[in-house]
Structure formats: C-alpha cells, structure tokens
Design a protein around this ligand. Structure first.
Ligand code: PRP
Length: 193
C-alpha cells in the first residue's frame, strides 16, 4: 500500500499534534456553552465515511462532554463535477437547541458541506460549526466558512487517515499523495461515462 504513495503530505506526527491543538481549542470554545445544561453536551456530527478516523482521534482530544452522531451524504456524477448531493443516512439525534460541530475529513469544492449546512441549519441548532482536517482552497466553488481547519493543502490527489481512493487506503496513518498512474485511468473513465 505504501508503495502506491508518491509523497507524504502530512505525517502521522503532524496530524497528532494538530488534532491535539484542535481538541484543546474546541474544548475551550464550548466549555462554558455546554456546562450545567443537562443533556446538552457538544454534539459531534461525523460525515461518513472519510471523517471517522479524524473523528475518533479528535473526540479523545476534547476534554468536555461530547455526544456522537453520523450522517451520510452521497454525490452524483463525481467524475462529471455535477456535484448534486443528497442525504443517504440521517442523524438519530434531534439537534434543535444543540451546539453542533460537523467533523469532516476534507473540504474540496465545498458542495457537500454547503448542502449539509443548509440541511442542518433548518433544524435550528443553538450553533453550527465545521471542523475539517484538510482544506483544499484552490478547488472551492462554493464559499464555506470553516471554523476549525487542520491543514491547508495544495490541489493534489490525497489518500490516508480516512481518505480513500476507490474505498482503499483509508487505513494509512498519514495523508499522502497517490501516484498519478493509479488514479488517472479511473478518473478519465468516470469523466467519459
Ligand atoms: C469526500 C469528502 C467530503 C467531500 C468533499 O467524500 O469526505 O465529504 O468528498 O468534497 P466537496 O467539498 O467537493 O463536496 P466522498 O464522497 O469521497 O465520500 P467518503 O467520505 O465516504 O470518502
């Protein structure tokens, strides 16, 4: 698996250090907001599937009470950049009046989060913010305000630490750039179909 990686963009050590910082920052920002309100712990919403590795580390770096829930979103026509998205698995939690942080692995065009923000805002949470491990600002087509960002990265095809290519590589402990020949043919085929 490691032989398929052209370059390591963010090392395991860099990720762990940044996750610890983000955990401290989130704890401090929400400590007073969730204190003393029964059942009002901070709700972390993980976007399936890529966010689960980041989420599992991040939640252990947060030292205030948290609750977890998950949401699933699917994109149509990935290769064609049509970017139409829809909800495929909803939350179990009623988020009305709750402080919510969406946890995401990467923000690329911004279409996924733009859709999700609109959907969740309509449920009247007390607050709604985004925590993304990776941000690729060069690819953005929809403006998104991301409160907590791990790393800004260039427009390269990255895998690992939850991010996949054709569902593989999610278990790499670092974020790496996939060798071009491994994904080029597949992307060209998707663009044609
Ligand atoms: C990836 C990633 C984000 C989305 C970002 O999800 O996890 O959810 O794309 O792209 P955008 O900013 O252009 O909308 P993917 O569809 O690969 O699913 P996954 O989380 O299961 O890997």
């Amino acid at each position: 698996m490691q032989n398929d990686i052209a370059e390591i963009l963010v090392t395991e050590e860099q990720i762990q250090a940044r996750v610890a910082e983000l955990g401290r920052q989130i704890s401090n920002d929400y400590r007073d907001k969730v204190a003393g309100e029964a059942g009002q712990s901070l709700l972390l919403v993980g976007l399936l599937r890529g966010a689960i590795v980041f989420l599992s580390d991040l939640m252990r770096a947060i030292d205030i009470p948290v609750q977890l829930d998950f949401i699933g979103i699917s994109s149509y026509g990935l290769g064609t950049e049509s970017g139409a998205v829809r909800l495929v698995m909803d939350l179990e939690t009623d988020i009305a009046g709750r402080h919510v942080v969406i946890v995401e692995d990467i923000v690329d065009t911004g279409k996924t989060l733009s859709y999700l923000l609109g959907n969740l805002k309509a449920r009247n949470p007390a607050s709604l913010q985004i925590c993304a491990l990776l941000d690729k600002p060069d690819r953005r087509t929809v403006p998104i305000e991301i409160k907590y960002v791990g790393f800004e990265i260039p427009d390269k095809f990255v895998v690992g630490y939850g991010l996949d290519f054709a569902e593989g590589y999610r278990n790499l402990p670092f974020v790496g750039v996939l060798k071009e020949h491994l994904y080029k043919v597949v992307l060209m085929r998707e663009a044609i179909l």
